[in-house]
Design a protein around this ligand. Sequence first.
Ligand code: AFP
Length: 344
Amino acid sequence: MAINPTWTPPKPDQKGWTIERHILEGQLAAKGATGELTALLQQITLCTKIIASRVNMAGLADVLGLTGETNVQGEEVQKLDDLANNILIRTLSRGGKVCAIGSEENDEPILVPDGYPSGKYVVMFDPLDGSSNIDVNVSIGTIFGIHERRSPAGGKASAKDLLQAGGRQVAAGYVIYGSSTMLVYTTGQGVHGFTLDPSVGEFFLSHIDIKIPDYGKIFSINEGNSVTWEQPVRSWTDWLKTPSDDQRRPYSARYVGSLVADFHRTLLKGGVFAYPADKKNTSGKLRLMYEAAPLALLVEQAGGTASTGTERILDIVPTELHQRVPLYIGSKSDVADALRFLNG
Ligand code: AFP
């Protein structure tokens, strides 16, 4: 049979690609990529598979319950948090790709141990976000953000490597340990979601180029805090609950109390998640570097918005590792509505 000269191979259906393949294809498409980010992302992926297996076995393996210690935020540390934190720190600090790590569970940044190469990247993570939900079998997650170091390669990391604006992240993502385990990540080429097939221990591409709807029907906020909110926040949530002629309102309320779970729903279905500043916590509760900034990169890549109420999250240059920020994140129109109330 004669070959048709105009034939080109069909674009492969990327659904079902393994995460390794997807990351590697991204590297091949990126000009000047050296493979180091690919290797780092693969190390993180491996860690989250191990964490997922431990989370699934939590009840059986007797790892539930409190260690009795408190972390730097003054919160009780649960055993699974420790486990997830140790898995990530041990793997990444000795993996040759990072020069420093910032973790929610550690007061100070973690530098590469003596004798190991000091790599090109800085990783920030919340190893097990939503840990107060562990004991009640509700979804929890791991959030990570990656920056390229700014100090010369090979040497010790410095403060300028750690304290970089979220807009400089080269990759960010999260894993949600829920009814299934999903990894969602971006390297600035769209947002892609992978579902773990536990029978083979591999993440397969299930959600290609996720785009957040321009507006949704769900708002997500801890209304139990409403007495301490400033009036504009109360007026905004009252407005969301008030029926409108165009049927867009009232919004439904959903609040899991695990940021990863609330964000994941918001990303897929649209709507808005908020953790405002209030009279008690003037900077809000959530942490900039390993909660707000990674999710902000993801939401912007998906076509949404992330703001403190007055400032784009990705523009904030941190002054400390565990800095807190108010957060309004989600669909473009829904966050714009919130900002309209806040900025009056
Ligand atoms: P925990 O890890 O202590 O459960 O905190 C979870 C979290 O940082 C974030 O995942 C939630 O969105 C938020 O706190 C919930 O906070 P409230 O319990 O104050 O609503």
